[in-house]
Design a protein around this ligand. Structure first.
Ligand code: NAD
Length: 344
């Protein structure tokens, strides 16, 4: 019998790619999503990619009784991957309480209900934002956690602490915290990808929307940072590679391979790429010229951050595989497909 994995936020960007990888690896998936930042037809597209329709429950993770009922309905869930969260850094500054409520209470509800339903494992979506501007690069999992730059970043730090404290209190839960660097790209099928509501907050959707003519110009925030070309440096990780890390983490929990009850892994490529280098790589990979301008720095931006992924490489046996060119082409193909479908 297939083992059941519950995926919160499973119709979202990273969640949808992860559901497909779980299905490809023989897991039965149940998705919970309130569709606040995604749409139900993602379930159809997941089915088109994997050939298997995941169970889908439109539900808010803030709804404790609703979660309880879903856990009862799908008896035998072995582990949870918890993606559901509000994630826009700027919005979190405007609406901190929305972010604290959504991102903290959702996790608390899951952790409270897991023992009752004998769900022994959780994989949590954390972020390299917990490092702030690291003192040393590439950054390892042991780097100090810096004061958060935004309420969003703070929710990730507090979520990590909540998981540590809950497990330390004796709750029968094993956890893997995956600190993502900058996920980009789309599924090679062009059926899944990032579909932001309104003006994109992330670089790549803004970039591809500019390339296709929806936006006039891409703004590069600052070219006077202490980096070789003056623009910020990030570690861009392909979304399918990232999705695969979740499958490895789930296997590890279910096969009881963990060395600690709570483990933390950087999920990045190990390569820092500047924003200007990324633009250049996009133009080369797609042959499309980008209209961009250098503007003033944006407050809250970290100058440079990239991962030391060795712990994940050696301990999980996971490694980012896809080239930046292929990843950028996938993002562009997704944008072209959205136009074809009349969406954007
Ligand atoms: N995309 C990134 O750059 C990035 C980087 C680091 C960490 N993360 C984290 O990864 C996770 C997934 O990110 P994503 O980019 O796929 O975002 P996303 O917005 O595409 O997906 C999140 C999904 O969760 C759903 N959701 C939100 N609150 C919910 C709630 N209370 N109940 C049920 N569903 C809810 C949304 O409708 C959405 O489908 C988030 O926790 C995010 O903070 C993302």
């Amino acid at each position: 019998m297939k083992e059941k994995i519950l995926v919160t936020g499973g119709t979202g960007y990273i969640g949808s790619h992860t559901v497909v990888e779980l299905q490809n690896n023989g897991y039965e998936v149940i998705i919970i999503d309130n569709l606040s930042n995604s749409s139900a037809d993602v379930v159809d597209n997941i089915e088109k990619v994997s050939g298997i329709r995941p169970a889908f429950e439109k539900l808010d993770c803030l709804d404790y009784e609703g979660l309880d009922a879903v856990f009862t309905k799908y008896k035998g869930i072995k582990a949870i991957i918890h993606f559901a969260a509000s994630k826009a850094v700027g919005e979190s500054v405007q609406k901190p309480l929305l972010y604290y409520r959504n991102n903290l209470v959702s996790l608390i509800n899951l952790l409270e209900l897991m023992p009752k339903h004998e769900i022994g494992g959780i994989v949590f979506s954390s972020s390299c934002t917990v490092y702030g501007q690291p003192d040393e690069l590439p950054v390892t999992e042991n780097a100090p956690i810096k004061t958060a730059e935004s309420p969003y970043g703070n929710t990730k730090q507090i979520n990590e602490e909540i998981i540590h404290d809950t497990v330390a209190s004796g709750s029968p839960i094993a956890a893997i915290l995956l600190r993502y660097f900058n996920p980009i790209g789309a599924h090679p099928s062009t059926l899944l990808g990032e579909l932001p509501n309104g003006v994109p907050q992330n670089l790549i959707p803004y970039l591809t929307q500019t390339a296709i003519g929806i936006r006039e110009k891409l703004s590069v925030f600052g070219d006077d940072y202490d980096t070789p070309d003056g623009s910020c440096i990030r570690d861009f990780i392909n979304v399918v590679d990232l999705a695969k890390a979740h499958v490895v983490a789930i296997n590890r929990i279910l096969n009881k391979k963990q060395k600690e009850k709570v483990e933390v892994f950087n999920i990045g490529t190990g390569c820092g790429l500047s924003v200007l280098e990324l633009i250049n790589a996009f133009e080369k990979a797609t042959g499309v010229k980008l209209n961009y301008q250098i503007v003033a720095r944006r407050s809250g931006d970290i100058e440079k951050v990239w991962a030391n992924p060795e712990f994940a490489n050696n301990e999980l046996g996971w490694k980012a595989e896809t080239s930046i060119e292929e990843t950028l082409r996938s993002a562009w193909n997704w944008q072209l497909k959205l136009r074809e479908r009349g969406i954007q």
